[in-house]
Design a protein. Structure first.
Length: 237
């Protein structure tokens, strides 16, 4: 009887040793670290609330140079060149100032006749208000080409224009006006494109990481001249 008891005890001990073993459970992984990228910043150090000319349906921008006459295009080219001559300072930009002086001398007759033609255009459009309307428009033109973030790029464009304008014979400036104006304005349109991209990037950043800071972007806007708020071509003498 005692032997049976010992055998039973041994059997229980053997069976108990075959039971399930405890398995160590790994702790849950730490929550992922969310890395918030820097908040998008305006290009070229521009104001964060700037208003730039909007894109039209056809993808173009309506600026001070949109829908103008050939005479106005020539005068706006002159204005852009003037802004560059006044603002592009330094030995590396000396060709701009000297080129502008040569430009005024070489094409003096063309510029004088163009100025008179524009006086007639404004007189036809605005009558007794023509002088005021022309000067108001020309102020917008100068402000447009003097937009601080873009002036360095305008200086670079003007360096190329100075060379091209030297090759234009006297009396043939009209034929170069549209092409030259487009080259002078190209840095501004590039800036407007980059500013639109900044606003899109900022909206996406605000939607994911922000707390509605973009909602205040509509206040304190800094306007840039566009065709929508123009009287039409002018020139400040």
């Amino acid at each position: 009887m005692r032997g049976l008891t010992l055998m039973a005890g041994s059997l229980v001990a053997v069976l108990s040793g075959c039971g399930p073993k405890k398995v160590a459970v790994a702790p849950p992984p730490p929550p992922p670290v969310v890395v918030i990228p820097p908040r998008p910043m305006p290009p070229l150090g521009a104001s964060p609330n700037m208003v730039v000319p909007a894109l039209a349906v056809d993808g173009s921008r309506r600026t001070v140079n949109t829908g103008i006459s050939s005479a106005q295009a020539l005068w706006n080219l002159r204005s852009a060149y003037n802004v560059a001559a006044l603002n592009c300072i330094g030995p590396q930009y000396e060709p701009i100032l000297s080129g502008y002086k040569d430009f005024l001398k070489k094409h003096g007759k063309t510029l004088t006749s163009t100025n008179k033609a524009l006086d007639k255009e404004f007189k036809t459009r605005f009558g007794a208000k023509s002088v005021r309307e022309r000067e108001a428009y020309q102020t917008q033109v100068y402000n447009y080409f003097a937009l601080p973030p873009v002036v360095p790029a305008l200086c670079n464009a003007a360096m190329g224009l100075a060379v091209e304008l030297q090759a234009v014979p006297a009396g043939q400036l009209d034929g170069f006006a549209m092409t030259g104006l487009a080259k002078a304005e190209a840095p501004f349109k590039e800036f407007f494109n980059s500013y639109d991209q900044y606003r899109a990037d900022l909206a996406a950043w605000e939607a994911r990481y922000g707390a509605g800071a973009a909602a205040s972007a509509g206040s304190g806007a800094t306007p840039v001249a566009s065709a929508g708020n123009l009287a039409q071509p002018a020139y400040a003498r």
